[in-house]
Design a protein around this ligand. Structure first.
Ligand code: ADP
Length: 195
């Protein structure tokens, strides 16, 4: 199986690029942000609690997102592989993911980290906010808080995957197609090495 962690700050283009990767490599896309937004849209209890954190740009609790991931993995026993987008976001989540996948005998293959400058992130998110209406993309203050949370709580995961020799940086500036090509080439080269 090919299990990819697509990593990077808010606005790095994870969701956009995940689309290219799932089509190219026939993977199942798991985005915790999307799963949480569908809980909010459905008006569930979980969604109501999650929304209080998301609206401020804070993280939802590890327990909640880990349970969601577990459910999604178990729902797809025939998957050729998964692409994790927006997860893990804390070292504890990364440890939990390793545990879940190791139980299935199919570990994380690689972590691909999209690198984008802060100014560009803010511009992309404000632009997206105008179209999508996502509450957490509307205010520069909330966006800056999300980037801050990323630096403090999420970035330490890079070290975690580096120690396992699974971390790869990908330049996340340029056109969508250029970035997709970089990612696909990287995955192909890793895949060939595995064979
Ligand atoms: P972005 O990467 O642009 O911030 P996401 O859709 O991945 O967008 O996440 C939106 C929000 O959902 C986050 O700011 C956070 O509040 C919540 N969230 C998503 N994934 C996780 C996660 N793995 N752990 C905790 N909170 C999460």
């Amino acid at each position: 199986m090919l299990n990819l962690v697509l990593f990077g700050p808010p606005g790095a283009g994870k969701g956009t690029q995940a689309e290219f990767l799932i089509n190219t490599f026939n993977l199942i896309h798991i985005s915790t942000g999307e799963l949480l937004r569908s809980e909010i849209a459905a008006g569930t209890e979980l969604g109501k609690i999650a929304n209080q954190f998301m609206a401020k740009g804070e993280l939802v609790s590890d327990d909640v997102v880990i349970e969601m991931i577990k459910g999604k993995i178990n729902d797809n026993p025939e998957a050729k592989g998964f692409i994790f987008d927006g997860f893990p976001r804390t070292v504890d989540q990364a440890v939990a993911l390793d545990r879940l996948l190791n139980e299935k005998g199919t570990p994380v293959s690689a972590m691909l980290c999209l690198e984008v400058e802060k100014e560009e992130l803010i511009n992309r998110l404000l632009g997206r906010g105008k179209i999508s209406g996502r509450a957490d993309d509307q205010s520069q203050k909330i966006i800056e808080n999300r980037i801050e949370v990323y630096r403090n709580k999420t970035e330490p995961i890079i070290e975690y995957y580096s120690e396992q020799n699974k971390h790869h940086d990908i330049k996340g500036m340029g056109t969508i197609e250029e970035i997709a090509e970089r990612l696909i080439k990287k995955v192909e080269s890793l895949y060939n090495k595995q064979m």
